[in-house]
Design a protein around this ligand. Sequence first.
Ligand code: 7PJ
Length: 266
Amino acid sequence: MGVINATPDSFSDGGTLYRGSRLDMERAMARAREMAAGGAAILDIGGESTRPGARPVSPDEEMDRVLPLVGRIAAELPVVISVDTSSPTLMREAARAGAGLLNDVRALTRDGALAAAADTGLPVCLMHMQGEPGTMQVAPHYADVVNEVAACLQGRVEACERQGISRERLLLDPGFGFGKSVAHNMQLLHGLPRLAAIGLPLVVGLSRKSLIGKLLGRNVEQRLPASLALAVLAAERGAAVIRTHDVAATADAVAMWTALEEWAGT
Ligand code: 7PJ
């Protein structure tokens, strides 16, 4: 899953697709083509920065950022388009524009989100977050992070099922960096098999995240090697989808693990 930030202020590639205050559609499409050619099966388009302290975006502004790009990619590229949003209106509009997956860092907890997602008929990625983006990194706290994240996600699966969204439509994501200390992130990566045992496909996003900065002292531009290692470690522990800013490199890294697995099985 390749990440395309249709935001002027994301931490990982903040505004690189922007020209002044507007999304540069040609630059965004060039990124999308490059990711598709690099092996992305899914492109995840987001119009809300969840970086701590980011300015909240109105639903209309988020739609203006995301929908034109969804339409262009749907018309041109053979990929599944994922829309990274918590907004019920955008979920409905994105489905009309050609999206094939809803990715919600708030796991459909906003008013109206469960109903909107259910109506689209699309698959949904439910991500775990403790708190809200503005303050989630202030003092994240868990007694047992792996079990608490598992229980929380299972609660959201049940909420989806009550709304008529069947399990077959769901993917789960522990939400690395979303209300988690470095120790919590490490415990979650180590405990990923426990989350995989829930039986739904796991999405994992560790690409360029701040735990790499905290553990290795790397700034955002220097985090590719560590991101590749984390992608392989996540695949090995049961991740089904790797969310990344660097598709071709990540595809190669994970392909080496896959090749070893296949070789070991022959
Ligand atoms: C994630 C996400 C993640 C899912 C972001 C960033 C921060 N969606 N949206 N999982 N992270 N499912 O791009 O690093 O980890 S925004």
